[in-house]
Design a protein around this ligand. Structure first.
Ligand code: GTP
Ligand code: NAG
Ligand code: NAG
Ligand code: NAG
Ligand code: NAG
Ligand code: MG
Length: 451
């Protein structure tokens, strides 16, 4: 397939391949025959020659025009310690100024900052998102530094998956924020990778296309650089870290493939300053002893990086992100949700079957829960009833006792009343008796009292 066409068409070329097969100008018509009542499709391919110009050879152009109209999208993630030249390299790569501000390096944790820009070159529009790690490698405990990055990448995948799963999808207008490439900035120590580099790249290598680059490569001498590169590559291999390989299966890029893959990690220099060389302004860094030209291949690998990242493999990275990394994430997530293409006996199951099975399991669980609740309720009610009965009994006992006490009291009161009545009667009788007796008796008493 023509590589240039392939780029411009973006993902649309797959669509074209699905519907009509173009084989060296010949039309291949697929005849689909309803084979039997089970609606099985049996295809019967016949090659036919066209006797004139029909016009579907403009299909590639149609796709190119449509893609150009829609514009393109690319997301870059830059991972590297603070002040390692991430922003400067981005400015150099796109020959513009993204006007980024230096980050603080006293943050308690790593954060990711995304900025989106609209770029235009001739009639091609590119929506570019650059994501920067802020505070990466600044903490004393660097154990969890990779976590923020992994979470960010997963969150972008998840957002896309959720859009895909919607009933009413709008993937055409959806801002796809999935990370297409991760530029990993390696410190130019000359002594191999740090453990944080290895851990982070290992965590990311199934989620994103990683291109390791040696930052500020002007600080390493020529002989050191070769040793440094081979050390890095061997460390990556020994730890099983898979970095992005430039594709070698397409004949138009195959010539550069092996040489470029051998140059990884690219040793790059970035600059925001220009120096006049002849009549051209060149991005360069000036030192007391000379000048480093960013775009001079004998000074650093910047041109190689730009060639491979932007001019040759941008579309391949977009495709690998969708077809490999996103696919892996999607598979894992759907399996987590309980979906599968095959059942426990390795027989294929459809989405609907899975849904129904899930639903029946849920219903069963619900039923079970309900039964449990009902049983619990009955037990509770019984307990409460028993308690109430007990209380009632106690109350009865109390009541009986009170009643008994009361009758006894009443009896006692009655008795004492009777006694009192008797006393009153007795008193009255005595009074009468006393009244009938002669007066002197009283006087005598009065006299005796006076004594
Ligand atoms: N020697 C050398 N210095 C560089 C290079 N690229 C950038 N610098 C310098 O490094 C310093 C930091 O550059 P930035 O591009 O702001 O680094 P950064 O990684 O974006 O920093 P933060 O965003 O704060 O994390 C600046 O003074 C740059 O001039 C390079 O290739 N070589
Ligand atoms: C594609 O666009 C170009 C220029 O805009 C136009 O000349 C050409 O006819 C278009 N091709 C198709 C197939 O639409
Ligand atoms: C980058 O931009 C400057 C002007 O800002 C220009 O002089 C220079 O030629 C450009 N470099 C390339 C490679 O196009
Ligand atoms: C690249 O650098 C080499 C060595 O410094 C120099 O000879 C050559 O002229 C430079 N190329 C350009 C295009 O400036
Ligand atoms: C490393 C690698 O796969 N190199 C391939 C590059 O492309 C040529 C064909 O042009 C192959 O022969 C190499 O094997
Ligand atoms: Mg920066």
């Amino acid at each position: 397939m023509n590589r240039a066409w392939y780029y411009a068409c973006g993902c649309h070329y797959r669509l074209a391949e699905d519907s009509i097969l173009l084989i060296s100008g010949q039309l291949v018509i697929q005849e689909k025959i309803m084979a039997n009542s089970y609606f099985q499709l049996e295809s019967n391919l016949r090659n036919l020659k066209l006797s004139g110009h029909v016009g579907f050879d403009s299909l590639p152009d149609q796709l190119v025009n449509k893609s150009v109209q829609n514009g393109f999208l690319f997301n870059i993630l830059c991972i590297g310690e603070t002040g390692l030249g991430k922003s400067t390299l981005m400015d150099s790569l796109f020959n513009t100024s993204f006007e980024s501000t230096p980050s603080p390096h006293n943050l308690p944790s790593v954060k990711l900052k995304a900025h989106t820009y609209e770029l235009q070159e001739s009639n091609v529009r590119l929506k570019l998102t650059i994501v920067d790690t802020v505070g990466y490698g600044d903490q004393i405990n660097k154990e969890d530094s990779f976590k923020a990055v992994v979470d960010y990448i997963d969150a972008q995948f998840e957002a896309y998956l959720q859009e895909e799963l919607k009933i009413k999808r709008s993937l055409a207008t959806y801002h796809d924020s999935r990370t297409h490439v991760c530029l990993y900035f390696i410190c130019p120590t000359g002594h191999g990778l740090k453990s944080i580099d290895l851990v982070c790249m290992k965590k990311l290598d199934t989620k994103v296309n990683i291109i390791p680059i040696i930052a500020k490569a002007d600080t390493i001498s020529k002989t050191e650089l070769q040793k440094f590169k081979s050390k890095i590559i061997s460390e990556l291999q020994n730890n099983g870290v898979h970095i992005y390989q430039f594709p070698t299966d397409d004949e138009s890029v195959a010539e550069v493939n092996s040489s470029m893959n051998a140059h990884v990690p690219f040793a790059v220099v970035g600059s925001t300053d220009f120096v006049r060389v002849g009549n051209k302004m060149m991005r360069s860094r000036q030192y007391p002893w000379g000048t480093v030209q960013v775009e001079n291949e004998s000074h650093c690998d910047f041109v190689k990086l730009r060639e491979m990242l932007i001019r040759t493999n941008m579309e391949d990275m977009r495709e690998k992100t969708h077809c490999r990394h996103y696919e892996l994430y999607r598979k894992k997530r759907l399996e987590q949700m309980g979906f599968s293409d095959v059942d426990s006996e390795n027989k294929p199951v459809s989405f609907q079957q899975t849904c129904e099975a899930k639903r029946s399991i849920l219903l069963q669980e619900l039923q079970q829960k309900e039964d449990e609740m009902r049983q619990m309720f009955v037990v509770r009610v019984k307990e409460k009833e028993a308690q109430l009965k007990e209380v009632e009994k106690e109350l009865h006992v109390k009541f009986d006792k009170l009643k008994k006490d009361h009758t006894e009291e009443k009896k006692k009161v009655e008795e004492s009343r009777k006694k009192l009545e008797d006393d009153i009667l007795e008193l009255n009788r005595r009074k009468m008796q006393f009244a009938q007796q002669p007066q002197h008796h009283t006087l005598t008493l009065g006299k005796s009292k006076k004594k």
